[in-house]
Design a protein around this ligand. Structure first.
Ligand code: SF4
Length: 278
């Protein structure tokens, strides 16, 4: 893993409407060591302009509490501040254990609270920050990607990402401690019959997405990334089909109330009202 350090002028990036309902995205790192094979960021400029392969490098954005606090205050003066962390990296990838950039940003946000914060990760390291999550006034959702319950499938599609069991345990811990959470089966990958039930035991809400709706290019990026071939390798060709999501929704409806099943973008938009929380 090639690790470099940067001193960015700003941390908050205006979303320009790309992330529905959010004014800003917040990426503590550039690059991502998890290197999921289906990651659409592989096809974005941030990855294409680098010589090294996606998943082999990380730039650490060095932060100071004072400057991020200043940035947050300024943003709040201008209007609502709803933040998506993170859109093109994982805020809890391995390097965060030592660098603690995500933790520093969160600490600052507990003091100067955004109107809403969405934390998106695949890492059990997220449980380290339970103490900070508890300080948010109900304006936070922690979303853990759990695409399948089959470890051999995880190893095929995202060999560099943390094991599923550890993710499930971390999500359960956060839920049991009163944090609003969701499991994001996004993109959903071939799973066992027990998968929906397993998720219902660790969170109240799921987001379901597939490699067609979720790649930002109606499936074209997923095809370019070789997802069809990977499904063949997994002997699960029928899962790489844009109609399959209907079966997935039916499977989840057996154990989750319909209102707690969010599809595609629905699973990522901020709460409008406290009553929407589950
Ligand atoms: S964790 Fe997210 S950003 Fe990182 S490689 Fe996987 S999909 Fe891409």
């Amino acid at each position: 893993m090639e690790i470099s350090y940067r001193n960015p002028k700003a941390f908050l990036t205006k979303t320009g409407g790309f992330l529905e309902g959010y004014e800003y995205s917040l990426n503590p790192y550039i690059g991502c060591s998890f290197g999921c094979k289906y990651c659409y960021v592989r096809k974005l400029p941030v990855s294409l302009f680098r010589k090294e392969e996606w998943g082999t490098w990380v730039d650490v954005k060095q932060a100071s509490k004072e400057s991020f606090a200043k940035e947050l205050k300024k943003a709040k003066e201008k209007g609502p501040v709803r933040i998506f962390m993170s859109s093109s990296t994982d805020p809890y990838q391995g390097v965060e254990s030592n660098e603690k950039i995500t933790r520093l940003l969160l600490e600052t946000m507990t003091e100067i609270q955004p109107d809403f914060l969405f934390v998106q990760t695949r890492s059990p390291l997220v449980k380290r920050d339970l103490d900070l999550f508890k300080k948010f006034n109900g304006n936070l959702l922690v979303s853990m990607t759990i695409e399948t319950d089959r470890e051999e499938i995880r190893k095929l599609f995202s060999p560099g990402a943390p094991p599923l069991k550890a993710r499930m345990n971390a999500l359960k811990l956060l839920t049991e401690n009163g944090i609003t959470t969701q499991a994001a089966a996004a993109p959903v990958l071939p799973y066992s019959d027990e998968f929906p039930k397993k998720l219902s035991g660790i969170t109240n809400r799921v987001c379901l997405d597939d490699l067609f709706m979720g790649d930002g290019a109606n499936g074209k990026r997923s095809i370019k990334l070789g997802m069809e071939e990977l499904h063949q390798e997994a002997e699960a060709e029928e899962w790489f089909n844009r109609k399959h999501i209907h079966q997935v929704v039916k499977d989840f409806e057996k154990v989750f109330p319909a209102e707690n099943i969010k599809i595609n973008k629905e699973g990522f938009i901020p709460f409008q009202e406290a009553s929407e929380k589950t």
